[in-house]
Design a protein around this ligand. Sequence first.
Ligand code: AMP
Length: 189
Amino acid sequence: MTALRLLLLGPPGAGKGTQARILVEEHGIPQVSTGDMLRAAVAAGTPVGAKAQSYMDAGELVPDAVVIGVAEERLGMDDASRGFILDGFPRTVVQAESLDGILDRLGTKLERCVSLEVAEDGLVARLLKRADLEDRSDDNEEAIRTRMREYRTKTEPLIDYYRQKGVLVEVSGTGDVDEVAHRIREAVA
Ligand code: AMP
């Protein structure tokens, strides 16, 4: 049970959520998923949910200011003081810079950014399959394609951002869940 401040980066459908949940079990620290928090806000009908819903349904990124507020509040909670697994935040350079500021104020910093590398073909099919299993309103084909485009144009530049900070590790996200979990374990050890 070591303290760990980790960010999982990767395209939609790469398995970030699944791997985050495994790390949560192993390290006893919370998963911080802005996607989960925004879905909860939509379901609860909060003002944040009202601001986020139309973007989420279309597969577009929710405006930085909304998401940064949600993440900052969550990271300031007691259970995150011993570490956290960031899943789906940051997704833009502005968010990454804000995260640096948030962690600075909390007197801590990110230890690792794990970039899950997967081939893009196959991801859309994987997400469409997931759409049958979960009832996500952003899992129709058009929204999925938009999410991929958003990832490529706005989130992928974060790989270089964290490489330059010297915290990036690239891990193959291909293979079964246990194999990928094993690679991540080695990469963050
Ligand atoms: P996820 O569950 O992480 O795939 O997120 C689902 C949706 O929530 C995304 O397609 C965005 O509309 C929104 N969202 C989640 N996290 C962020 C973020 N960090 N920045 C902007 N939008 C986000």
